[in-house]
Design a protein around this ligand. Structure first.
Ligand SMILES: Cc1cc2nc3c(=O)[nH]c(=O)nc-3n(C[C@H](O)[C@H](O)[C@H](O)COP(=O)(O)O)c2cc1C
Length: 173
């Protein structure tokens, strides 16, 4: 069956956007009609059968606009097919402690929308962009902080794992 799917994401520097776009491309290849949009630019979710929502972790917290979007749409999300993904530095070094930290955050997404029942959740490694449209929206302090952290951070996004998760999800939607 083909579903109408919104892939929506919070982001600071833009790396979660790229993950969302890769997921969207796989879902499209799986036969679904897909729109990919930032949480603060997404239209009403009324027209969609399914919502795949992703957030980075910043200073231990989920992205603010992402949390707002999820709370605002909590009731509607409860009646749709949903899946969550997390993009974070913890998964760049997946020690037990870091995986637990990531797991806590991805589980906390369901805390924002307690009546929704995710078909799948995922935790991916992260990265930091220091250019591009999302980065350019940041205030000077966040640009500075991101630049400093970026210097020591590898790109931990495993594109094969991201695509595999999306293909698996495509079959469930
Ligand atoms: C200021 C800042 C704080 C961060 N804090 C955390 C953190 O507490 N835990 C974590 O796992 N990753 C942390 N990260 C890494 C981000 O989650 C990761 O780089 C992510 O891919 C960024 O997503 P974005 O490009 O969509 O904003 C931080 C990154 C930045 C720039």
């Amino acid at each position: 069956m083909s579903s109408k799917v919104l892939v929506t994401f919070g982001t600071m520097t833009g790396t979660t956007r790229e993950v969302a776009e890769a997921i969207g491309a796989e879902l499209r290849a799986g036969g679904h009609a897909v729109e990919v949009a930032r949480v603060d630019e997404a239209k009403s979710i009324d027209d969609f059968d399914a919502v795949v929502a992703g957030t980075p972790v910043m200073i231990g917290m989920l992205n603010g606009p992402f949390r707002k979007f999820m709370r605002r749409n909590a009731k509607k999300l409860a009646s749709k097919k949903v899946a969550w993904f997390l993009v974070c530095g913890y998964m760049n070094e997946p020690t037990d402690e870091n995986v637990n930290s990531a797991r806590k955050r991805v589980d906390s997404i369901s805390g924002l929308v307690p009546d929704a029942n995710p078909l799948a959740t995922a935790m991916f490694g992260g990265a930091i962009k220091t250019q591009g449209s999302d980065f350019e929206r940041l205030n000077p302090f966040l640009k500075f902080m991101s630049g400093k952290i970026a210097a020591d951070m590898k790109d931990g996004r495993d594109w094969n794992a991201i695509k595999a998760w999306a293909r698996h999800l495509a079959a469930k939607l």
